[in-house]
Design a protein around this ligand. Structure first.
Ligand code: SF4
Ligand code: SF4
Length: 130
C-alpha cells in the first residue's frame, strides 16, 4: 500500500520527472506511474514521512525531514483546506475532489516556500485553467 503525506497529494500531480537525486526520481517515477495510470489505486494518508520520503536524501528519520518546519506546514495547510484524515482513500477520487475545490490562491498559500513552485507543472496540473 502506498502511504502519502497530505502535501504529496499535490506534488504527485505536478511531478514531471525532476527530483532530488536519481534514486529519488526512479522511485518517484514508479509510484506516480501507478497513481496516475492504475484506476482505483488506494493510498493510506499519513501525517508523517511516507512512501516517497523513503527514497529521499532529505529524510533524516521517522517523521523527520531536513526541512521539517516547511513540509509540516505544507501538510497542515493541505489538511485544513480539504478536511483530510489519516485513513485510506482512492487516490484518483481524492485528487478529483481536491482539484475541484483548489484555487490558485490556495495552492500558492500551501506551497509557499517550495523551490519547485515556479518551475513545476503543479499549478497547471492542479488548478487547470483557473
Ligand atoms: S509547488 Fe512544491 S509543495 Fe506544492 S505541489 Fe508542487 S512540488 Fe509540491
Ligand atoms: S523533502 Fe522531506 S517531505 Fe519531501 S520527500 Fe523528502 S523527506 Fe519527504
Amino acid at each position: 500500500m502506498i502511504r502519502l503525506r497530505p502535501h504529496h497529494l499535490l506534488c504527485t500531480q505536478g511531478y514531471s520527472g525532476k527530483g532530488y537525486d536519481s534514486g529519488f526520481v526512479a522511485h518517484m517515477n514508479e509510484v506516480v506511474e501507478q497513481l496516475r495510470n492504475v484506476p482505483g489505486t488506494k493510498i493510506t494518508l499519513t501525517f508523517s514521512t511516507d512512501t516517497l520520503c523513503s527514497c529521499c536524501p532529505h529524510k533524516e528519520g521517522e517523521d523527520l525531514c531536513d526541512t521539517q518546519e516547511k513540509v509540516k506546514r505544507f501538510d497542515r495547510k493541505t489538511v485544513e483546506y480539504f478536511g483530510l484524515e489519516e485513513k485510506e482513500y482512492v487516490y484518483q477520487d481524492l485528487i478529483r475532489e481536491i482539484d475541484e475545490k483548489m484555487t490558485p490562491e490556495m495552492l500558492a498559500d500551501i506551497c509557499q516556500g517550495c523551490s519547485w513552485f515556479p518551475i513545476s507543472a503543479c499549478r497547471r496540473n492542479i488548478c487547470g485553467g483557473r
